[in-house]
Design a protein around this ligand. Sequence first.
Ligand SMILES: NC(=O)NCCC[C@H](N)C(=O)O
Length: 414
Amino acid sequence: MNKGVSFLETGIHNTSEIGRLKKVLLHRPGGELENLMPEYLERLLFDDIPYLKEAQREHDAFADCLRQQGVEVVYLRDLVAESITDADVRADLIRQFLEESGVKDDRLRESLEDFLSALPDKEMVSAMMAGVRKSQLRANSARLGDYLSAAGDDYPFAVDPLPNLYFTRDPFATIGTGVSIHKMHTATRNRETLFGKFIFEHHPDYRNAPRWYDRGETSSLEGGDILILSPQVLAVGISQRTEEDSIDALAETVLSESKTFRKLLAFDIPKSRSFMHLDTVFTMVDRDKFTVHPNILQQITVFVMELDENRKMKIRQEDGRLEDILKEHLELDKVTLIPCGQGSEIDAAREQWSDGSNTLAIGPGEVVVYSRNYVTNRALEEAGIRLHTIPSAELSRGRGGPRCMSMPLWREDP
Ligand SMILES: NC(=O)NCCC[C@H](N)C(=O)O
């Protein structure tokens, strides 16, 4: 494949987990983290409230670390703002955002429209991401304030925050030269994918990207479950967040329409919060090395999906050890699994909870990891992996690591 041409055509080139990373999408956490309240944490998929200033400092360290390694960093807010190519697109974004935010009352909707419309593009996108407190609208209009007080509803938000946005891995995923835009497992994260829809419909650099999956589908698919093992082989987790039907649909399109992918390995993993996505228990760190949470090794079942000569999907279950299955399908001589927690049951559980198995490869054998997972990090180093360590006290409270916090837009071929 001609890399230069494909990049110019769709803005996306991502054919592996480990090819040299050239361009990546991040979201710097913002006001949405200051709209977390203890009573709504569970619904908003958080276990604690990060200290925003420190979380931003850590996130800036992550972005700087990537830049120092030659990676171009772009931010979600900027891409969404750059997708607002005219007044109609802007009006459409506001309308769909409020509709999907469940704003039904006409007066409230009009007031929110006025509030958002008065802001410049980037500030408007930030306000959508942060959520809107009713107190902000009251400050804008005394009459609306009277109306909100009379309505007798003491829920403090006119629009809920989107605190999980800094996990850019999940709402959409680049695969080859195309993108899958997701239907998320929870309502809390589903509005995030609206930003993806606008980027891939309107952004001058990305609007030509082929679409492998769409947010209008009926079953859920999340990016943390999608791993690109090689230009030919995709792995997708059947998890708490991703349903089998979505994998069937994704396999149909990617295997029949993409230029390189020939096989999809579906990894059935336990359905639980701590193992919410495949990449919370398993990531690729080199051509032939993976880090894995040891507790799930006995509980993974792998299914191989391929199109036969009549373009009909064939699915078969694989038996045997994970390393042997990977060795066969990636056509390698040997595969090494590096256990999270270096063999200790306690260290493995603690570090996996803070995303010890969630590494972001920036090149073969070179990964970004959280500093707090020092036992797993030692195991990676002993296996010959080069580490770039980033601070992690606050970011890890959202239950995602360096891979969850990044969406590659362009990688060199592995
Ligand atoms: N790929 C990932 O595992 N992303 C982490 C997402 C964490 C977020 N709080 C969530 O529950 O969706």
